[in-house]
Write a protein that binds this ligand. Structure first.
Ligand SMILES: Nc1ncnc2c1ncn2[C@@H]1O[C@H](COP(=O)(O)OP(=O)(O)OP(=O)(O)O)[C@@H](O)[C@H]1O
Ligand SMILES: [Mg+2]
Length: 394
């Protein structure tokens, strides 16, 4: 449930319009404290603009320690980078401008998902399996996740690994298009496996793109419902079938992404050099920290990282607190390869961007593969690895 701290009847009305009537309203932070003491399962607090920003920040800071599953979202009449940076530093999940409340319901939804995950629903046991799994993630669309996912997958396949790329962008996945594939089966056909998710069943959903590279494509039809539990079993099964599973995600912190994160050995965060992308990655980073996904297993890719765009890579890295593993500039050659349905690592192997991506893919494999494992070209590895989720959040 969500609680709003506000006194202005007009703002209360507007928030109720966006979030529905299911919102408890209290007039001050003191009243909020009393309310939370008797309602421990609240997942979001929206602090209205009648509450002083400093007091709201102090509340968020305390709540980060005392009730980490509770998301604090602040409403302000004016949101600039300073307001945002202060809020995020104090542990708030988001700041929304009062004249544009459209982002409020998704901010509340993210809090609900996170709270849900932290209370254990998504804390599924992770089985040891043979293959590595890399999740390509961001909480913003259009930053280059699919570009990175398809190129990393193709590069690893060319390095002799048996690779499966999974398109978990179930509403709008474009991995198949980017690889010029017309898949006969997709994740939508999972329901036909009638609960029997085993290698034989999963194999029947795959499309072979090229030597060593298989694809589990996203549903073609919108509104196809794919159960996160099934996704989890599929990923676990794929890890027993392939050397590497590369998962492309949608840009939402949803149950599918959480399922992928649960099985990930490394998490590749993709960002572009702009304030909205920085904001969304900062929020994602805070959430990943809360969920105990260890930072040493994150790899940051800065895409479209050109020199004169107003925000430098250094500023981006410092604000996010993560150093980029690679930077990819904007390039017409990238776009041209995408439009031809090719990966640039294959179509222009000598291009600097291809070399960067190929080196990055090899580095991911080297970092995640157990040092003691016997690695043979094209063969599989055996050994234990530490999964991305280090420990359960209590
Ligand atoms: N470095 C680059 N140079 C030029 N074009 C790029 C670059 N990176 C990505 N693009 C283009 O930007 C568009 C978005 O990239 P992509 O589809 O990989 O992003 P995404 O994060 O997967 O988006 P979505 O969230 O919609 O799935 C594509 O048309 C892609 O070709
Ligand atoms: Mg994509």
């Amino acid at each position: 449930m969500t609680t709003l701290v506000e006194q202005d009847p007009e703002l209360i009305r507007q928030v109720r319009e966006v979030l529905g009537a299911d919102v408890t309203v209290v007039e001050s932070l003191d009243r909020l404290g009393e309310h939370l003491a008797t309602h421990p399962h609240e997942y979001a607090v929206v602090v209205g603009q009648s509450v002083d920003a400093g007091a709201a920040g102090a509340f968020a800071e305390a709540s980060r320690i005392q009730q980490p599953a509770l998301g604090v979202i602040m409403l302000r009449s004016f949101v600039d980078t300073e307001v945002l940076a202060n809020a995020l530093r104090s542990g708030m999940r988001d700041v929304i401008a009062v004249d544009d409340l459209t982002g409020l319901s998704s901010a509340v939804a993210r809090s609900r998902t996170l709270s849900h995950a932290m209370s254990g629903t998504a804390d599924r046991a992770v089985e040891a399996a043979d293959g590595l799994l890399f999740t390509i993630f961001s909480t913003k669309g259009g930053v280059g996740k699919s570009l990175v996912a398809t190129n990393v997958a193709a590069a690893l396949a060319d390095q002799g690994r048996r690779v499966c790329i999974v398109d978990l962008d179930v509403q709008c996945g474009d991995v198949a298009i980017m690889l010029q594939l017309n898949p006969l089966h997709t994740l939508a056909d999972l329901t036909q496996l009638s609960g029997q998710i085993d290698p034989g069943g999963v194999e029947s959903l795959l499309s072979l793109h090229s030597e060593n590279l298989s694809v589990l494509a996203a549903p073609v039809q919108l509104e196809t419902h794919v159960q996160p539990e099934q996704v989890s079993s599929v990923l676990e099964t794929l890890k027993t079938m392939f050397d590497v599973v590369v998962v492309d995600t949608s840009g939402a912190f949803d149950d599918h992404a959480l399922a992928a994160l649960d099985h990930s050995d490394l998490l590749v965060l993709v960002g572009t050099l702009d304030i909205p992308a920085l904001k969304s990655l900062k929020l994602a980073a805070g959430t990943l920290d809360l969920l105990n996904y260890p930072r040493e297993r994150w790899r940051l890719v800065l895409n479209r990282a050109d020199s004169k765009v107003g925000l430098s890579a250094k500023e981006f890295e410092e604000t996010l607190g993560v150093t980029a593993a690679i930077s990819i500039p904007s390039s017409r050659d990238v776009l041209a390869a995408v439009n031809r349905g090719e990966t640039i690592v294959r179509s222009s192997a000598g291009h600097q961007i291809s070399k960067t991506l190929t080196g990055f893919a090899g580095g991911l494999y080297a970092d995640a593969a157990p040092a003691s494992a016997e690695v043979t070209s094209g063969g599989s590895r055996r050994g234990n690895r530490r999964k991305l989720r280090a420990k359960k959040v209590s």
